[in-house]
Design a protein around this ligand. Structure first.
Ligand code: CP
Length: 339
């Protein structure tokens, strides 16, 4: 990629129009509580639509959505593709490995060419923090950019699907103790989750991990920090496990995977420290035996597969809201009647 990408950018102004409506989704930072609740409520309608035999609705008919994944993905890419197809859009999945990126074409030139083919929306995953912001600054005025995960910065649709999953099981965020466990430092998922949990007025937010994998500024932002896993898990309602982002570690941050599992792995014994009805979450991909025991990942308190399914509906909600705002029209959700 030849174009420089800023390491991070403010999102608020860029992702909203002059009336404060969502145009791009780049980050949870810059959204407000009401916008998050609107997306979660819309997600609920799309979950109902996804449970019908005919899952398609015509909300993006005639539009073209382009998936641009410069980094590996199973869940995000496929659920965006399914979401766009269920909204009746045409979908392009660009294979970056066989695209002209390998001949030196920049991210921006790639997008300009796809825009010339009349793409209306880009879903972007990129190893550089700020890549989605950078594109949002440069696309044509009618085009939306949705961040599918950028570097260590943000993964907003993951955080939204996680909030939906929590709300489904535990509707009152103010009563909840939520623990986010593991490699917080390198996790775009954790950053977006922490913003969303704060916006939803979560009663107590805890992060648990080794000192080398925790950002320094967390406690000043109202988050309780624990380096001892057992203390941090005691009495929580929700446990969110994170993958060790070894591809982003400079090295020397961890003694070994085995020792990490001994200190921070979620085992059946440790789950008992949380409330008896606590739910266990993980954004995936799961490294069994590194951050979580298989018996817990597949156990009765795990909602990991539910998170995956919810990913389709939350992405349908985000794409429909952005497009309706672009077209300056009210979004009529599946099951609703236009007044
Ligand atoms: N949770 C998540 O982003 O998974 P993928 O990397 O498979 O998209």
């Amino acid at each position: 990629m030849n174009q420089p990408i800023p390491s991070s950018s403010p999102s608020g102004d860029l992702q909203l129009d002059s009336q404060g409506r969502l145009q791009h989704l780049l980050d949870i930072e810059g959204l407000n509580r009401s916008m998050i609740l609107t997306i979660l409520d819309a997600t609920h309608s799309f979950i109902s639509a996804n449970n019908q035999e005919i899952k398609k609705v015509p909300l993006l008919a005639g539009k073209t959505v382009c998936n641009l994944f410069y980094e590996a993905s199973t869940r995000t890419r496929t659920t965006f593709e399914l979401a766009a197809k269920r909204l009746s859009a045409d979908v392009l999945n660009i294979n970056i490995g066989t695209s002209s990126t390998s001949k030196g074409e920049s991210l921006l030139d790639t997008v300009r060419n796809l825009q010339a083919m009349q793409c209306d929306m880009f879903v972007v995953r990129h190893q550089e923090s700020g890549a989605a912001h950078f594109l949002a600054e440069h696309v044509a005025p009618h085009v939306s950019v949705i961040n599918g995960g950028d570097g260590c910065h943000a993964h907003p649709t993951q955080a939204l699907l996680d909030m939906y999953t929590i709300r489904k099981h535990k509707p009152d965020f103010q009563q909840l103790k939520v623990a986010v466990v593991g490699d917080i430092l390198h996790s775009r998922v954790a950053r977006s989750q922490l913003h969303a949990l704060r916006l939803l007025n979560t009663g107590e937010i805890r992060v648990i991990g080794p000192r080398t994998l925790l950002p320094t500024s967390l406690s000043s932002r109202g988050v309780k920090v624990y380096q001892d896993m057992d203390s941090g898990l005691r009495g929580v309602d929700v446990v969110i496990m994170l993958r060790l982002q070894e591809e982003r570690m400079a090295g020397g941050l961890l003694p070994s995977r085995q020792e990490y599992f001994q200190l921070y792995g979620l085992t059946q014994e440790r789950v008992k420290l949380a409330k008896a009805d606590a739910i266990v979450m993980h954004p995936g991909p799961v490294n069994r035996g590194v951050e979580i025991e298989s018996e817990v990942a597949d156990g009765p308190q795990s909602v990991i597969m539910e998170q995956v399914t919810t990913g389709i509906a939350v992405r349908m909600a985000v794409m429909s809201i952005a497009l309706a705002n672009r077209q300056n029209r009210k979004l009529v959700l599946p099951g609703e009647v236009d007044a």
